[in-house]
Design a protein around this ligand. Structure first.
Ligand code: ATP
Ligand code: MG
Length: 236
């Protein structure tokens, strides 16, 4: 099996094949400050520096400069990777805000999926990217009026990314503690995998769980993790 190493210490060994199944689109779920952006950036950084796989970070939330600034704390020089052509940050924030190059209908609805997939496809082809991160899809579903439309668009995203052959992390803001309860957000059924990050403030612990991963045998259960000066690390 062709496994995609996340490079996150302690995580890859939870998969029988040593990583994520190549081509999977994995939902990364968690509440505010759970560590989603750090996790996803580490995945791209390790991919580019350790495993020779170029990446794309689509930011729908934070300005790319801010992301680069924050991630420098972990010793990850995203600008340098950009210059080497190993990482492309797609700034969907500024584009939305400035309404640049998009017609008024798109501007009104936010950034639409056709437009977004078009940009991703173009960038995957021009940079030979193997890894994609979208931070976060919540921004996309906000602009959609009903659950059917959300479902359709998320499915298009999942299938579109699969067609490109990339292994993707799709960040969604959702209290990870909800997963496993009776209410599942609609997107949880549409993507190939779900990894949840949860901050338990009472217990002062951060927890990670693999909720599903199509095509892979993996450990179940909840794993404590730390955010250190080097990024995310599972505690064994
Ligand atoms: N240098 C650091 N060392 C240790 N922990 C850090 C460091 N920098 C940030 N953190 C922790 O990581 C959290 C932010 O992580 P991250 O940005 O990945 O969260 P997120 O899940 O993306 O949040 P949001 O949904 O708000 O975007 C901070 O709230 C803080 O607790
Ligand atoms: Mg974030």
């Amino acid at each position: 099996m062709d496994a995609v190493k996340t490079g996150i210490e302690g995580l890859d060994s939870l998969f029988a094949d040593g990583g994520l199944p190549r081509g999977n689109s994995v939902l990364l779920l968690g509440g505010p400050g759970a560590g989603k952006t750090i996790f996803a950036t580490q995945y791209l950084y390790e991919g580019a520096t350790q495993y020779g796989e170029n990446g794309i970070f689509v930011s729908l939330l934070e300005h790319p400069d801010r992301i680069s600034e924050h991630m420098a704390r972990f010793g990850w020089d995203l600008a340098a990777l950009g210059e080497e052509g190993k990482l492309t940050i797609i700034d969907a924030v500024t584009e939305r805000v400035k309404k640049r190059d998009i017609d008024s209908e798109v501007a009104k609805r936010g950034l639409d999926m056709t437009h977004l997939l078009g940009i991703i496809e173009k960038t995957v082809k021009s940079t030979d990217a193997k890894r994609v991160v979208i931070d976060a899809i919540s921004a996309l579903s906000l602009s959609l009026s009903d659950i059917f439309q959300v479902r359709t668009e998320m499915l298009r995203l999942s299938l579109g990314l699969a067609e490109l052959g990339t292994t993707a992390l799709i960040i969604s803001e959702s209290p990870a503690a909800n997963i496993g309860s009776t209410e599942f957000p609609v997107e949880t059924f549409l993507f190939d995998g779900i990894i949840t990050l949860h901050l338990d403030n009472e217990a002062q612990k951060r927890k990670l769980a693999i909720r599903k991963m199509r095509g892979a045998k993996h450990a179940i259960g909840s794993y404590n993790f730390d955010i250190t000066d080097n990024g995310i690390r599972l505690i064994s």
